[in-house]
Design a protein around this ligand. Structure first.
Ligand code: FAD
Ligand code: NAP
Length: 474
């Protein structure tokens, strides 16, 4: 009989690999959190509120991850003039609104300030071990996690919460464009972009149709001699405001069929901006809502003023020129690849956990199907902000670790993952950037239902997640 069955749970097997370690199921699990970005801090809050003992390790000397401009950890993609593209009301945690003095779409410095206020308000700072990276996370024979820190110390935990972010490992074009190794100009990834001061008077080619490309092309357009925006796919550019409101504050009720909401949203965007081809941009090969939203209140304006020239995809790099797939070519001093990010977990053995081409199968984006003591927080690309989702995931995981929620039986859990992946493939344009997509409202609505179902399973079956007796805090 598996350990989980012994505990009367319907959870999938795998919390522990063997039944050698004595269990003390009435004691909360001892948990490790990797990362104190916006996902890690809200998970820490959920565990703290539930009295679950944990250590949260943060590589940097500050909390906030991506939102710390010039972060000492070298992982932040924030540039000097980065502003959020979801509104402050939608990005805030449910029980801690952003100050009303903040604008609708605040600067990264406001966002960092807000996360720090959250940490201090909920007394989380002392629960975080700063300047301490997790170098290795491996499974013990009995299923517990052995965590090796960059201090050289090793500690063991019943459960591991991974909140290491997924926008820090740049994805360069794959394969590299022919001629990339001999190109005379500079090639950089959006992750390394700081500000437009290095573009002054230069010819700049920005590649991509995501939010990094929009921001960087706009910034370049104010100082560069020429700015070209190259893309292989078109996008429905979403303005920040529609009908005088931040666009993400328009009604979006998950009880209304998704297809209908999508049709209405598509019509609204199309009415608002017209056809992207009218601006010289590539024609989108999809409807609005079938790709990660590209939000920009400024790009169309800059194109309309002739300060950004749209181009199709890059074909080759030839000495100091970029040739595009339509045969045209331009002189270029700089190419900025805004080509997205790789989901990476450097602390896991790749054979144990990895995300090739950004694919990773998790139950509702949180639970690893084979290791139910391995949980991921904030590992998704939402239509909306990550923060309120990470907050709910933290609370969900906290309930699970206290035995107030039980996972569905293994077969059901796997079927759920398969259905979820299939629905995402049906909906989104095939791309490495569309592997962890969720709609905030729909995801939270479905999760609330699942949490109720799991609470009932736990009540009926008396699920208690096992803890390893040797790991109990002394
Ligand atoms: C340019 C840009 C703009 C964005 N704008 C928005 C936006 O407007 N709205 C939105 O919702 N999202 C936005 N995002 C998405 C972004 O991922 C989230 O806003 C948010 O940063 C996710 O938080 P996180 O805690 O999951 O990850 P991060 O912010 O990346 O934090 C991860 C933390 O984990 C730590 N860490 C990593 N590895 C280790 C380790 N091995 N040991 C110890 N600590 C470790 C890091 O030091 C870091 O502090 C943007 C992303 C980019 C790149
Ligand atoms: N202001 C803000 O709030 C802000 C600013 C920047 C970024 N962000 C967020 O940060 C995250 C990352 O955004 P991102 O724009 O850096 O990356 P992204 O959303 O992954 O977009 C990558 C873009 O590069 C294209 N691309 C990838 N590989 C390519 C190749 N080999 N050749 C040509 N084109 C290629 C993609 O095209 P396909 O679609 O064809 O794959 C896509 O247009 C997102 O969550 C985004 O919302 C937010």
């Amino acid at each position: 009989m598996s350990r989980t069955e012994e505990n009367g749970s319907s959870a999938p097997d795998g919390w522990t690999a063997t039944s050698a370690t004595p269990l003390r199921p009435s004691t909360p699990a001892h948990v490790c959190i990797i990362g104190a970005g916006s996902s890690g801090i809200t998970a820490a809050k959920a565990l703290k509120e539930r009295g679950i003992p944990f250590d949260c390790f943060e590589k940097s000397d500050e909390i906030g991850g991506n939102w710390v401009f010039g972060n000492k950890n070298g992982m932040s993609a924030a540039y000097r003039d980065l502003f959020i593209n979801v509104s402050r009301e939608r990005m805030a945690y449910s029980d801690f609104p952003m100050p009303e003095s903040y604008p609708d779409f605040p600067h990264h410095s406001h966002i960092k300030e807000y996360f720090n206020a959250y940490v201090d308000h909920f007394g989380l700072r002392e629960t975080i071990t700063f300047e301490t990276g997790v170098e290795r996370a491996s499974k013990r024979e009995d299923g517990a996690w052995e965590i090796t820190l960059d201090t050289g110390e090793t500690r063991c935990y019943d459960a591991l919460l991974v909140a290491n972010g997924h926008h820090w490992n740049p994805r360069w074009p794959e394969p590299a464009f022919p001629g990339a190794d001999t190109f005379a100009g500079e090639q950089l990834h959006a992750h390394a972009y700081v500000d437009n001061s290095t573009f002054v008077g230069k010819d700049v080619v920005v590649l991509g149709m995501g939010n990094s490309a929009m921001d960087i092309a706009v910034e370049s357009s104010y100082v560069a001699a020429n700015t070209y925006l190259a893309a292989r796919h078109g996008a429905w550019i979403t303005p920040k405001y529609v009908f005088g409101k931040p666009v993400d504050q328009l009604p979006n009720d998950p009880r209304v069929p998704l297809k209908l909401r999508q049709r209405l949203a598509h019509q609204m965007i199309k009415t608002y901006i017209g056809n992207p081809e009218r601006y010289g941009l590539p024609k989108p090969d999809h409807k609005f809502g079938e790709s990660h939203p590209t939000v920009s209140g400024r790009i169309l304006d800059r194109i309309a003023h002739g300060t950004i020239a749209p181009k199709p995809n890059i074909a080759t790099l030839e000495d100091d020129r970029v040739r595009f797939v339509d045969g045209s070519s331009v002189h270029a001093d700089v190419i900025v690849y805004c080509t997205g990010y790789k989901i990476t977990f450097p602390f896991f053995d790749e054979a144990l956990v990895s995300a090739p081409d950004n694919h990773i199968e998790l139950f509702r984006r949180v639970f690893h199907p084979d290791m139910p003591n391995l949980l991921f927080i904030g590992l998704l690309q939402p239509l909306g902000a990550i923060m309120p989702i990470a907050e709910t995931q933290g609370a969900w995981v906290g309930d699970y670790l206290l035995g107030r929620y039980a996972l569905p039986p293994a077969a059901e859990l796997r079927a759920d993952i398969v259905a979820d992946q299939a629905a995402m493939r049906r909906r989104y344009v095939t791309s490495k950037r569309h592997t962890i997509q969720v709609d905030l409202a729909d995801y939270l609505h479905a999760l609330a239902k699942e949490r109720r179902a799991g609470a009932e399973r736990a009540r009926v079956n008396g699920f208690l997640p096992p803890v390893h007796a040797d790991l109990l805090p002394s």
